[in-house]
Design a binder for this molecule. Structure first.
Ligand code: IPE
Ligand code: IPE
Ligand code: MG
Length: 260
């Protein structure tokens, strides 16, 4: 491939070859990394390609990032794949995204399983089309006993929607006498969220230059370290993730207390 073409289709080339990232990262690692996979549309537009081509290229970035996280011993990775607000997009883009999800799972499930990835979908999964739902269920079932890395795919996910659902479930259980009002605390609320049992993200990354959360993990990100990056998601590679982790390692996490 010529240098020019390589530049255009950057993510068709193996990223690791020309990047200097260590196999082992010393120091405190984030236990849980959350990523807003953003910028696919702009990546495609810059190349005169349909938006779906950007989403397809974004899938390759996801593969790379899962690999890097597994290699470095990150225990939890949550990726934002489709928000409750993304239904506002043109129907053909939505269909393209759902088809890509099914394609991704069909193609990657075996390898993810072999690599010890445990997949879990978070969001309003019941509202998805049957094919997408079945794919996610299959991925969850196949990988249920894996424990190398826990991959949460946020799909039809919205932080506010999650909180509304949590309130409904809490009220429901209270009316049935399963819980009483006095035992409602932060720990209990966390148990009623999609992410029940998963530690909060330590590091939340948003590529593409946008400086907002767009309804992602609103409760869980209360004390996440934020890293914003100008790179578009399809161009995101191991070195970018490494930089984000290095930035995380330089932060003083005080959680409201005073530094040592
Ligand atoms: C993120 O990329 C993917 C989804 C939201 C599904 P975008 O499609 O939002 O890309 P931009 O932000 O338009 O570039
Ligand atoms: C957030 O990106 C959702 C995902 C990446 C899945 P958007 O592109 O939908 O967010 P906004 O519209 O820029 O806030
Ligand atoms: Mg976007």
């Amino acid at each position: 491939m010529s240098g020019f073409l390589r530049k255009i289709f950057k993510n068709e080339e193996p990223q690791e070859n020309n990047k200097k990232t260590p196999d082992v990262i010393s120091g405190t690692l984030p236990v849980h990394i959350a990523i807003i996979m953003d910028g696919n549309g702009r990546w495609a537009k810059r190349r005169g390609l349909p938006r779906t081509a950007g989403h397809r290229a974004g899938m390759e970035s996801l593969k790379r990032v899962i690999k890097s996280c597994t290699k470095w011993g990150i225990k939890y990775l949550t990726v934002y794949a489709f928000s409750t607000e993304n239904w506002k997009r043109p129907q053909d883009e939505i269909d393209g995204l759902m088809n890509l999800l099914v394609e991704y799972i069909t193609k990657e499930l075996n390898e993810m399983h072999q690599n010890g990835v445990r997949v879990r979908a978070i969001g309003n999964i019941e509202a998805l089309a049957q094919k997408a739902r079945q794919s996610l269920e299959k991925a969850e079932k196949t990988t249920a006993n894996n424990d190398k890395i826990y991959l949460q795919i946020a799909i039809n996910y919205g932080g506010r929607n999650e909180i509304v659902n949590m309130v409904k479930s809490v009220l429901d259980d209270a009316s049935q006498g399963i819980i009483n009002g006095e035992c409602i605390d932060e720990k209990l609320i966390a148990q009623y969220l999609y992410t029940s049992g998963i530690p909060d993200p330590d590091l939340l990354i948003r590529p593409s230059g946008e400086l907002r959360l767009s309804n992602f993990l609103l409760w869980q990100s209360a004390y996440a370290e934020l890293v914003f990056d100008n790179i578009l998601w399809p161009d995101y590679c191991e070195q970018d993730l490494y930089r984000a982790i290095c930035s995380f390692q330089k932060r003083s996490r005080r959680f409201g207390a005073v530094a040592d």
